[in-house]
Write a protein that binds this ligand. Structure first.
Ligand code: NAG
Length: 316
């Protein structure tokens, strides 16, 4: 029964594909417009909160990357996008090598674009209060190793530390977009989500690839390697989010590697090598570092903004 349904579906798909191809060949000049949407609704009202929720993460990324590379943030680049939200706590320029600096500056500017795209498509809210202080990162890394690192971890000290701190960030956006995808229905909002997901996952892949090249190096002055750091951070996030393994370090046991055939894990993905997905509640448990979406903390001392995050905080 099921295969029959599937094959008639693919038959319908084939017909509509070929009619599109025939349609475009019959034009005298090439077009660049996408075919008309199957469901002609640009934005469903239910899309709005989910995409606005992502602004919490996009603001975090924008400030961390812009400050890290340039020493200033959204207020210097595009202040109206902050919509009057308070400036971040403790963000500062990082001591980066020239190539890493160029890439992180690019990532920072990309986040400005993401903020603009989301806010102009579904509206937005003011930048939440963000704690990007080295003290906050140090606490997170202590939590990951389950003992205080000595000296405290400083994300801004050098490129390796900064990229390890960055390992914490676009991944949350990536899994959040994968999680939101089934609930986004408008053709404009779907297009927005796909575009955001593509760049977030590219950023995550760059960061992970950069770290993988140094996987066996010690993160001085500690005795742990770069790979150890990623494994501990991923384990911490799985623990905070409380929904099983959806986050993997750069080296994994074979049974978590692609096709159970490799321990190399430059990308974090499930048994079919598909990206993991997370709900807003899982993301908040992680980025609040409290394991509780009702309890603000971590990067968001006063919690996230927007209806989804505020409702969790209010019903506490
Ligand atoms: C890999 O191992 C897991 C059990 O650890 C199993 O569920 C899965 O089917 C295996 N995948 C492949 C491709 O063999």
């Amino acid at each position: 029964m099921a295969p029959r349904v599937l094959s008639s579906l693919s038959f319908i798909l084939l017909i509509s594909l070929s009619s599109n191809i025939i349609g475009s060949h019959s034009l005298s000049h090439p077009t660049c417009a996408p075919p008309p949407p199957v469901v002609p609704v640009p934005i469903f009202s239910t899309d709005v909160d989910l995409l606005q929720f992502a602004l919490n993460l996009e603001h975090l990324e924008a400030e961390f990357f812009l400050y890290g590379a340039l020493g200033h943030g959204l207020d210097a680049i595009n202040p109206e996008l902050a919509m009057g939200g308070p400036p971040p706590i403790g963000a500062t320029k990082a001591n980066l090598d020239p190539l890493t600096l160029r890439v992180i500056a690019e990532f920072g500017y990309q986040e400005v674009g993401h903020l603009r795209a989301i806010k102009t498509t579904v509206g937005g809210f003011p930048r939440p209060l963000l704690d990007l202080s080295k003290h906050n990162f140090a606490k997170l890394f202590d939590q990951a190793f389950e003992h205080p690192l000595k000296p405290p971890f400083d994300p801004y000290a050098n490129s390796i530390n900064y990229m390890l701190a960055s390992y914490v960030i676009p991944y949350e956006g990536l899994v959040g977009y994968v999680g939101a995808n089934p609930n986004i229905n408008g053709y404009v909002t779907k297009r927005l989500l796909a575009g955001l997901l593509g760049v977030e996952s590219g950023q995550d892949a760059y960061i992970r690839g950069w770290l993988l090249e140094r996987a066996e190096e010690r993160v001085l002055p500690y005795h742990h390697t770069v790979a150890d750091f990623t494994i501990q951070i991923s384990a911490l996030r799985n623990g905070l989010a409380k929904c099983g393994i959806k986050d993997e370090g750069l080296l994994v046991p074979l049974e978590l590697g692609a096709e159970n055939r490799t321990c190399n894990n430059v990308l974090s993905a499930d048994a079919n090598s598909l990206s993991y997905s997370r709900t807003p509640a899982e993301i908040l448990r992680t980025v609040y570092a409290t394991g509780d979406e009702h309890k603000a903390g971590g990067f968001y001392p006063k919690g996230g903004n927007g209806r989804i995050a505020r409702e969790f905080l209010e019903d506490y």
